[in-house]
Design a protein around this ligand. Structure first.
Ligand SMILES: CC(C)(COP(=O)(O)OP(=O)(O)OC[C@H]1O[C@@H](n2cnc3c(N)ncnc32)[C@H](O)[C@@H]1OP(=O)(O)O)[C@@H](O)C(=O)NCCC(=O)NCCS
Length: 219
């Protein structure tokens, strides 16, 4: 069993702990040491049986344990980039955490630190970058590309040949039609249906999706 910590003791962190437990039921893989979170009020409390060990800097004290793996359970793009960049100087690895029920074709690639929840269906020739979150019930079609640091929330439909740029957030229940490109750091509102390409750093909502904000990132 390899040592692992979860960065972020919020809702996503709890869900990742559950996925890790389910991976371990199938194949004992991870010794979950606990959570790291910069909210000091949480330190030394227990969340679902796992201790909040300290802030993110606590990871430096863990080097005596040998290799420590970390999973960044945070969906906010900028916060996550900051944490991952900060930890690059430590000898930390970011494994991908994929629920054991999810089928992954040998023609798909999934980057480091990416979290794939149960109930995700993906077909083939799909490229998912680093530090991406794919939430329960989402579907991803052939040849889709999802770049680094995207958060795909619950039950999103990503059709074939879609490209989602770095740091995008796709709200729950949204649908992206085939061959669409979404520019980096854009947000698609819950329930939206995206029928044409979206520019960078925009927010688009509704059916069909219309751009309501450009140039500011709410994620
Ligand atoms: C789109 C979203 C990010 C809001 O962004 P925001 O920058 O705070 O935008 P605002 O709340 O100012 O809304 C801007 C406009 O879009 C509308 N709007 C916001 N979200 C919408 C949605 N999902 N569908 C349709 N219209 C929406 C607002 O009513 C507002 O319209 P108005 O200008 O006519 O009043 C947010 O509403 C959303 O859908 N987030 C996804 C949440 C989600 O999926 N959560 C699941 C958690 S697991």
């Amino acid at each position: 069993m390899e040592n692992i910590v979860i960065i972020g003791a919020g809702g996503v962190g709890r869900e990742v702990a559950l996925i890790i437990e389910e991976i371990n039921k199938v194949q004992p893989t991870w010794k979950l040491l606990g959570f790291l979170d910069d909210k000091s009020a949480l330190h030394n409390t227990y969340i679902n049986g796992y201790r909040v060990l300290g802030g993110i800097d606590y990871i430096a004290t863990m080097e005596t344990l040998g290799t420590v793996h970390a999973v960044c359970a945070i969906s906010a793009y900028k916060a996550k980039v900051k944490i991952v960049e900060k930890l690059k100087s430590c000898s930390i690895s970011f494994p991908k955490i994929i629920h054991p029920s999810v089928q992954v074709s040998r023609f798909n690639s999934i980057g480091e630190g990416t979290i794939v929840y149960p109930g995700v269906i993906m077909t083939t020739n799909i490229d998912i970058g680093n530090q991406v979150i794919i939430s329960p019930g989402s579907g991803i079609g052939h040849e889709a590309v999802i770049e680094d640091y995207c958060s795909v929330l619950w039950k999103v439909n990503i059709s074939g040949n879609v490209r989602v740029g770095e740091g995008c957030l796709l709200g729950s229940g949204s649908t992206i039609l085939q061959n669409i490109s979404i520019g980096r750091e854009s947000i698609v509102g819950a329930g939206a249906v995206v029928v044409k390409d979206l520019p960078e750093r925009c927010t688009a909502v509704g059916v069909p999706a219309r751009v309501v904000k450009v140039g500011e990132y709410a994620g």
